[in-house]
Every structure is written in C-alpha cells, then in structure tokens.
Design a protein. Structure first.
Lengths: 175, 133
C-alpha cells in the first residue's frame, strides 16, 4: 500500500491542478451597447465603453469585470450641455477622463447577480455594488448614482438632479 | 388677409425654404454631419411657409392697427422675434442617437433668420407704390 501512496498523490495533484486551468468565459463587448443616465435634468448617454469581461455563472469566483467609460463621449442631446458637462465645474474630462469599475467579487442574487468592487468616478474611488442580469448574451444593469458622492459640482447640489438613474445594456460575444 | 399679403408670404416662404435647403447641403458638405432625422425637407418647407405666412398675417394687422407706422413696427418685431428664436436651437435637446449635437446650432441658427430675410427681400415686389414719386 505504501508503494502506491506517492503515485496516487501525484495523480491527484496532476488531476487537481488541471482544474486550475479551467477559466471563466471571456466576453467581447458588442457595438450595440448603451450606457444611459436619466434624471429630471440632465439625461444622456455615454459611448466609449471598454474593458474586459470574464463571466461564467457556474464559476462566479473566476468572474471579473474591469470596464471603463470615456467621459468625453457624453451626449445629452444638446451641444451646450455637453460642453458644460465636460467642463471643470462638472465632470472635468481633462483631469478625469474615465469612469472605471473593477469588480472584486460576483455573487448570485434572487434577481440575477451583483458585482461588488470599486467605482472610480471624478477621481473618487468608492466601494460599489452593481446589480446585473445576464440573459441571451446581454448584460443588463440598473442602479442609481449620486453625483455628490463623487464630488461632482458639490458647490451646486440643487443645480440639476443629484441622483441619476443609470441603465446599462451590453451585448457580448464569446472572445 | 389681402391677396397681396398671401402671395407675399407664400413666395417668401418658398424662397426661404430654398435657402434653407441650400444651406443644409453646404453645411452637410462642410461638416459631414447629417441632421436629416431632426431637420428633414418636410419640416424645413413647413416651418418656412408657416413663418412667412404668419409674418404676412401680422403685417396685415400691424398695417391696420398702426397705419403708416405699421411696417416699421412690424419690421422691428419680425427682426427681434427672429433673433430671439435662436434660443430654441441652442437649448433644444436632440434625440440621444443624433451625433455631434454641438454642430446643430450652427445649422439651425442661421436658418431662423431666413424667413425674415426672404420676407424683407421680396417686400418691394408687394409694396404699395401709389405714394412713390
């Protein structure tokens, strides 16, 4: 029996380590994504979504989001508002060109999933939980965000809405 | 509304719409940004005819109310209203899938002066010349 111990252990080690190579699925962001924000004033969209998405609903531990949005691509539908939004007073695009989210853990919930991580917006990093669903190769997420939490024009808290609803829809294809 | 004022409004509206079409093409050529979804030919014709016809109606009223001063007051009011109306294309929010909304005022603001320009340009054709020496 003793002479089989090391071969068996070696076999278990080899078989066990093989599973470490099983990786969650990487996804490529499709062109038809939308990142919308709505409030009484303003509402608009961001283009320029980039990043890496690794997600497998059977391997949430190995799943990860690292995505960013180019702030300069903001479109409120009005040129004057776009210019104001990009200015130092509001989003300060020159200083803070991206909104960045990196997940640290993903867990299943009753309605789908939630990604916990760090959201960096306007130079402020905060722990953030992003609820989302994944169906038919489309990630969807809706959440509220308070611009004052991220020091966006805190001098004028009543100028426009402070809480904005964000709706994200990201169709993906297998990378 | 007199027949003369009606034709004046209609012809000014057509000329104004024509000017808008030409400017639209030039702007499209210069910027390669197409705002046809929000500023289509039907809207251009409709808006210009409407503006010039309303102008003619009010010209009739002003001439009746203010007699000889009517044309001066009307001209001033039409110019001020045209100028004031440029706030609309500057402040309007376009559909979010329309790209480069920054360039929209550059297209629409000049167009807001075309009805007045066309109306004043064609005015001599419909002016009452009986007092001319």
């Amino acid at each position: 029996m003793k002479k089989f111990f090391y071969p068996i252990m070696a076999t278990l080690l080899i078989v066990g380590s093989a599973f470490t190579f099983i990786k969650s699925q990487d996804w490529k962001i499709g062109d038809d994504y939308s990142v919308k924000f709505t409030s009484d004033d303003p509402s608009g969209v961001f283009q320029g979504l980039k990043g890496t998405i690794t997600f497998d609903d059977k391997d949430l531990a190995g799943s990860r989001f690292d995505v960013s949005v180019d702030v300069a691509t903001i479109n409120t539908g009005n040129g004057m508002k776009n210019t104001h939004a990009k200015s130092e007073k509001w989003l300060d695009v020159d200083k803070f060109p991206t909104i960045h989210f990196v997940s640290s853990s993903i867990a299943a919930t009753a309605n789908g999933f939630e990604a916990k991580g760090t959201l960096e917006f306007h130079g402020v990093k905060k722990d953030f939980t992003m609820p989302f669903t994944f169906q038919n190769n489309v990630f969807k997420s809706s959440f509220d965000i308070n611009r004052l939490d991220f020091n966006v024009n805190t001098a004028e808290p009543a100028h426009g809405a402070s809480t904005l609803k964000v709706d994200i829809s990201v169709p993906v294809t297998k990378a | 509304m007199s027949r003369k004022n009606f034709y004046h409004g209609a012809i000014a509206g057509i000329l104004s719409a024509l000017a808008c079409f030409i400017y639209n093409r030039i702007y499209l050529f210069a910027t390669e940004v197409d705002f046809a979804r929000v500023l289509n030919p039907a809207a251009i014709i409709g808006a210009n005819l409407l503006a010039c016809m309303i102008a003619s109606i009010f010209f009739g009223f002003f001439s009746k109310w203010f007699k000889s001063k009517g044309e001066i007051i009307f001209s001033l009011a039409f110019a001020i209203l045209s100028f004031g109306s440029i706030v609309i294309p500057i402040s309007i929010s376009l559909p979010l899938d329309v790209k480069n909304p920054e360039l929209f005022p550059g297209l629409a603001v000049p167009m807001h002066f075309f009805p007045a320009l066309a109306w004043f340009t064609t005015r001599p054709l419909f002016a009452d010349h009986k007092n001319a020496s």
